[in-house]
Design a protein. Sequence first.
Length: 374
Amino acid sequence: MIIRPTSETIIWDTYKKWIQSYRDLPLLINQWANVVRWEMRTRLLLRTAEFLWQEGHTAHATEKEAIEESEKMLDIYAEFAEKWMAMPVLKGVKSPSERFAGAVETYCIEALMQDGKALQAGTSHFLGQNFAKAFDVKFLSKENTLQYVWATSWGVSTRLMGALIMAHSDDKGLVLPPKLAPIQVVIIPIYRKEEQLAEISKVAVKIKDALQAKGISVKFDDRDTYKPGWKFNEYEFKGIPVRLAIGPRDLENGTIEVARRDTLEKETYQITDIENKVEHILEQIQDNLYQKALSFREDNTYVVDSWDEFKDVIENKGGFVLAHWDGTSETEDKIKAETKATIRTIPMDGKSEEGTCVYSGKPSNQRVVFAKAY
RNA sequence: CGGGGUAUAGCGUAGUCCGGUUAGCGCGCCUGCUUUGGGAGCAGGAGGUCGCAGGUUCGAAUCCUGCUACCCCGACCA
């Protein structure tokens, strides 16, 4: 185990040895590492003393290239959150007080959990030349001048699993987006006698093969030790997106029952072409989960212009609050002290809009996002 | 680190204030029969150092002392 204050120390100590010429740039090192942090208080899946994360560190010849890199990584994280986790995120930059120590700019993606609290799901930093100067990392440019390199760093962690769970789950258990579900479809036979199971299995295995041929992961649960009802609940608990049930009645009618985890709806389909129908349903579930989370966020985002309303929303409703802020950390601190809400992000695509700070009444030209956060 | 709480069968718990049969219940587990399209029913059964170490008492899950572990809230933080 290696103990160091922050990853940058070990990375930049090494980069100093590796970087001499503009020909050595850009440089990107990504690592997956278990890290240990001293935390006064831990929180399951969100803030544990030890966790697995991915961290990338880059070095560039120009400021422009480094900024582009940190923005690109933020986009990649946002795309993963939205397209794969079906979790909408706000992209933006952190206020100076929430900024990573040593960064010139900290970019972040912020998600809203079902309990109305915000969760930072990933960060990307433009480090300027801060670490290059601290670790004396210079390169010789094409023009034969000695210059400090420009840097970025970025990462996401197993915290994303906590985010996934809190974004979609319901009272029946976990809800997994199809694109991330280890098992996307489960097939459950319904039968009385051994002979019936044998008949059903023939059909079930055929469906399983057809689904697998389309790249869909399937489990055929023909265990005789549990009853169908028990299995239904079990797979709902585990968040399997689609459940197929086949019984004697289906064999007679050439049908199959399809149940969706996201809506809990059941529907009986003709078994013909079932693999294409299921594939389509998986896509619908992926899309529906995202839309559901997006609607939830929209329903829980409030545009607020007065301090009383601000306090009321933060205290009684939760969610994101869009309000004007005078840009000072003094105001930010006071708001936090009085309401526990912090500036989660200053949206990148936020429209500029003249207004007055919700706390101090001083002029402001953009709304920022406040929320209570994990 | 401060405040609060909990510890009893694989899991969840009652009993603890006010000491007294064999520590009760639900789920799970085992056996048999009946069941199987939403967590099966009936009958019988197995399973307990009551967190650990001392003490008080004729007698301790219960009272006292010390310890340990875990949970919640706060400060810290992603």
